[in-house]
Design a protein around this ligand. Structure first.
Ligand code: C2E
Ligand code: CA
Ligand code: CA
Length: 383
């Protein structure tokens, strides 16, 4: 915790600023106002805490804080507040919640306690999850499971997609839907993805070593990378490092990204992808058909594989026009030089129809569920 000395009129933060820490008034005074200072919400003095709401709800400052006299503040980092809360006695947490609830009500002129309470509960839950994720990363509890990707024509194994699972200390397995949203919001996803990348590379090397037929084939492993990796080139070094330390051939590695990465920053994403491909690693656009994906801009993306979402395929299979559209999408992907994978294949008729339409690869419960590393390895026998 560090301290801040202010003179009368010094601004601590303004409405709309990103909130990364809270403050405690040690001595002096602070005025909290909105509407550019026109509306005074409260005057704070020694012992008062302020600015914690933005940290708890992950939003921006909803008010401006200005020192009214010579003032000494102690800054409490968001992270610090989170760990303190997580370590606190339940009674302290309860008290804390009551105080925060009152402050949220005051700062909003809000009388709806239900709304504020649920906001506080959500914020506290998020803080707890965040803390748990950090601990889980330290303890190595994130584990790659592997789902087979097969050739739809010959039904032979072509590769695996690595999918993260959280194996908690009590042995329970948590699905990504239950922790990735929090991990994405607090950027822990970066470390999770890198741990899965390492595990996936090691697993692929183990398969290839164990099975001569896998070694002779182009067996690959794909890893999912969150959009934030494509904001800068650090991921290129990470991929290079993972390949070097595990000894996996670059052609056996694919990365999957969603179009959100392009929406966030198209130019940097394209340049990062070009560098990834220069390593010899292939790139797959995931979830095609679920977002804004349009045929119009696909040609701009320097990708190797188009992964078509289950929902898109199911919608297309309903009727002749839909079928024709799907055939056209597959033909267009081929014309652009992309491989195609359809994911979420659960029934045989869908698999057969897709093979007839010329889709090369498929993935889904029909062929195999995501499985743990040991099972994946065992499926390669002891050739
Ligand atoms: P995704 O990349 O689209 O992965 C496919 C999801 O569909 C997986 O869910 C998989 O278990 C599920 N699935 C596979 N076959 C079928 C099927 O036949 N029917 C149905 N209904 N579902 C099927 P999972 O493992 O729960 O992962 C959910 C999402 O979490 C993934 O969607 C991906 O977006 C994300 N994710 C998973 N692992 C990672 C990771 O290591 N890093 C990042 N950044 N994201 C990950
Ligand atoms: Ca994926
Ligand atoms: Ca997908």
């Amino acid at each position: 915790m560090s301290q801040l000395i202010l003179a009368a009129g010094d601004v601590v933060f303004r409405e709309g600023d990103a909130g990364t820490c809270a403050y405690m008034v040690e001595c002096g005074g602070v005025a909290i106002s909105t509407d550019g200072g026109a509306r005074l919400l409260s005057k704070l003095g020694p012992g008062d805490l302020f600015g914690e709401v933005a940290i708890l709800d992950g939003g921006v400052r909803t008010a401006t804080a200005v020192a009214t006299e010579d003032t000494l503040l102690t800054m409490v980092a968001g992270e610090d507040l989170a760990s303190r809360l997580a370590n606190s006695d339940p009674v302290v947490v309860h008290l804390m919640k009551a105080v925060i609830r009152r402050q949220i009500r005051q700062s909003r002129g809000d009388v709806d306690t239900g709304l504020s309470a649920s906001l506080t509960d959500r914020a506290l839950l998020e803080l707890r999850r965040e803390r748990e994720i950090r601990d889980a990363l330290e303890r190595g509890e994130f584990e790659a499971f592997f789902q087979p990707i097969i050739g739809l024509e010959d039904r032979a194994l072509r590769g695996y997609e690595a999918l993260v699972r959280w194996r908690r200390s009590d042995g329970s397995i948590v699905s990504p839907g239950d922790f990735l949203p929090v991990a994405e919001r607090n950027n822990r996803i970066r470390a999770i993805d890198l741990q899965i990348l390492d595990q996936a590379c090691r697993a692929a090397v183990a398969c290839v070593r164990r099975s001569p037929s896998a070694a002779a084939s182009d067996l690959f492993v794909t890893v999912n990378l969150a959009p934030l990796h494509f904001r800068d080139h650090a991921i290129v070094d990470e991929l290079e490092r993972a390949l070097a330390t595990t000894g996996l051939a670059p052609r056996r590695l694919k990365v999957e990204l969603t179009e959100t990465a392009f929406l966030e920053s198209s130019d940097s994403t394209i340049s990062v992808i070009n560098d990834i491909r220069a390593l010899g690693v292939r790139v797959c656009l995931d979830d095609f058909g679920t977002g804004y994906s349009s045929l119009g801009y696909l040609h701009r993306f320097p990708i190797d594989t188009l992964k078509i979402d289950r929902s898109f395929v199911l919608a297309m299979m309903n009727g002749e026009r839909g079928r024709k559209l799907l055939v056209a999408v597959l033909a267009m992907a081929r014309a652009l030089g992309f491989d195609t994978v359809v994911e979420g294949i659960e029934d045989e008729p869908v698999a057969v129809a897709l093979a007839e339409m010329g889709c090369a690869l498929g993935q889904g419960y029909l062929f195999g569920r995501p499985m743990e590393h040991a099972r994946m390895l065992a499926s390669h026998g002891t050739e």
